[in-house]
Design a protein around this ligand. Structure first.
Ligand code: V47
Length: 455
């Protein structure tokens, strides 16, 4: 189980602050990057309220009074998976009870329901199916896109974690150099990833979700999800997606066998990758030429949280305000996912408590100074917890979701759906203005049944 440092006894007065946080507060006010050691202090201090307050200040600097949600639908195309990750309750083997693989008739029906419900996005992921051909995946994407258009609407297809992208490259037999750890091997792997992404993009893929990252640490990887791609490959997939103009998200799955320090290193690796992506988009001249990060201090940090720094949306979309062509290529949002033990091989672990969830989300907001958004995924945090997270670092709740298969907060048959009114009410109760966004965080403008991304 993750070793948690117990905080020192609480102060006598609830208004007392931990003085050790003052230098961090000053850095945050100036928009300077916190080190991993400073992240340790954010985790070990007894002064949780200051940590949450600092994250709230950063979140308000970036997004003011806006809190985002979207209207979406999750579509898990198959739960059959070649892997058996210990934290996962979702996967089934081909002949297991409950194993499923959706055909295109099913997909079309989901699209119809999504369009009818006013959705702007389908979020589609699945297990690593051992037998489906590569064409299944391009069909899946083009079926969603084309069927939505046939019904007079548009659906953004956010699909396939980095783990699935590599699996697809193997299925398509373009993943060469898997066991070659030289530069040539890495180039060969990246060629395969690049080809898969280009095919999916041509079929209509709009962005990549953030799943499959878990915790970027080899020890944790080998103990809990051996067989999955490691951090370097996960980051390579996202790097290639960014280079092709696709935005992506990132997750961190915490509260199982990892240590807090490993979470901080994970966050540090993500923000280095984001430095590179933003550098390519023109944030900092030196950053544009930055080599892939391999360790040490990031030489070209890009702090979006620095007062007055524009968010990527403004740079990229304003440069083509006419069409607001959604080509960019950076990480949009970090999604801290609390581990749920029910039904998986790590069921004996307790999972993180509520305060740990608040703290981790706030730490993510403070450490990931170059991520525009932090998502409190209400499905896993619960809506009441997510409301408080909006006041402590989060600016986004995700969406209406409708049916979520990967983890079930209230047991295996829970139908997890909220309507727009409930999401808006939750946001208003938390003191924010609800803003409907599309997948790329553009405001949604509605005209009857159709929608478009507003300028
Ligand atoms: O990658 C699996 C996690 C992720 C468990 O990009 C578990 O907008 C907790 O990535 N307890 C999939 N977590 C979900 C995901 C996601 C969700 C919402 C929005 C976005 C986005 C991405 O769920 C997996 C894995 O890390 N997971 N099992 C578990 N027992």
């Amino acid at each position: 189980m993750a070793k948690m440092t117990i905080a020192s006894p609480p102060p006598r007065s609830a208004t007392r602050r931990d003085p050790r946080l003052e230098p961090l507060r000053e850095k945050i006010d100036r928009g300077e990057r916190l080190s991993v050691d400073e992240g340790d202090l954010l985790y070990s201090t007894w002064d949780l309220w200051s940590v949450l307050g600092m994250a709230d200040a950063v979140r308000r600097r970036l997004h003011g009074n806006a809190a985002y949600y979207n209207i979406n639908r999750h579509l898990n195309y198959s739960n059959v998976c070649a892997l058996s990750c210990k934290f996962c309750e979702f996967y089934r083997k081909k002949d297991d009870d409950g194993a499923y693989t959706r055909d295109m008739a099913y997909v079309k029906e989901e699209v119809r329901k999504a369009v009818e419900g006013g959705a702007t996005e389908i979020h589609s992921v699945g297990g690593l199916h051992p037998y489906l051909p590569f064409s299944y995946y391009t069909d899946l994407v083009s079926t969603i896109r084309d069927e939505a258009r046939r019904l007079g609407s548009e659906l953004h297809v956010k699909a396939f974690t980095a783990v699935e992208i590599v699996h697809l490259a193997k299925i398509a037999k373009v993943y060469k150099g898997a066991n070659d750890f030289s530069d040539a091997g890495r180039d060969a792997r990246r060629d395969g990833i690049r080809w898969v992404l280009s095919q999916l993009k041509e079929a209509g893929l709009g962005s990549l979700p953030g799943g499959g990252a878990e915790v970027f640490d080899d020890r944790v990887h080998d103990e809990a999800y051996k067989g999955k791609i490691r951090s370097d490959v996960w980051l390579d997939v996202h790097r290639e997606a960014h280079a092709q103009g696709l935005n992506t998200n990132a997750t961190i799955l915490y509260g199982h066998i990892e240590q807090r320090r490993e979470r901080l290193v994970h966050m540090d690796m993500l923000r280095r990758a984001q430095d590179e992506a933003l550098g390519r988009l023109g944030y900092g001249l030196a950053a544009a030429n930055a080599p892939p990060s391999t360790g040490g201090e990031s030489p070209w940090p890009v702090a979006l949280t620095k007062p007055g720094t524009p968010l990527p949306e403004h740079v990229v979309f304003n440069s083509n305000a006419e069409t607001r062509t959604p080509t960019a290529g950076y990480f949009q949002t970090i999604i801290p996912l609390p581990f749920f033990p029910d039904g998986c091989d790590l069921e004996h672990l307790p999972g993180p408590g509520g305060l740990e969830n608040y703290r981790t989300l706030a730490v993510a907001r403070l450490m990931l100074d170059n991520f525009p958004h932090v998502k409190a995924f209400w499905i896993m945090q619960t809506l009441p917890m997510a409301q408080i997270m909006l006041q402590s670092g989060a600016d986004d709740l995700d969406g209406t979701v409708v049916w979520y298969d990967i983890t079930k907060v209230g047991g295996a048959s829970t139908h997890q759906e909220v309507n727009v009114w409930t999401l808006q009410k939750a946001i208003r109760e938390a003191g924010f203005e609800p803003v409907e966004r599309d997948t790329l965080y553009r405001r949604v403008v509605r005209d009857g049944k159709t929608w478009r991304a507003g300028v």
